[in-house]
Ligand binder design. Sequence first.
Ligand SMILES: N[C@@H](CCC(=O)N[C@@H](CS)C(=O)NCC(=O)O)C(=O)O
Length: 102
Amino acid sequence: MILLYQLRKCPWAAAVRQTLANVEQDYGVIQVPYRRSDRHDIRAMTGQELTPVLVDGDVIVNESRAAVAYLYETYGDSRQHERAQELRDEIKATAAAVGGKG
Ligand SMILES: N[C@@H](CCC(=O)N[C@@H](CS)C(=O)NCC(=O)O)C(=O)O
């Protein structure tokens, strides 16, 4: 079963929930503790404390755009596969921009 670790009212988690609805996948929600230092599950799985985190079997994805891209690639139709590719390109561009700052 797909699990979504999230904080209440998180807009990025809402984007992942909308994507799960778009690809018609059932999922469970795990609300993470408000305090970052209490998010032991997230830290153990991803090495960081930000939510959302999507878990689909052995696949663990943190960062909402990466989670949306994963869902569209895995469960989407051809139009959604194209959207996934656009997101992957955006993620790469962001990483290059952030990396270029140093
Ligand atoms: N770029 C990240 C942003 C994630 C993010 O900032 N999540 C917030 C919740 S909406 C969070 O975990 N904040 C940690 C905190 O407030 O302690 C993504 O898109 O997933």
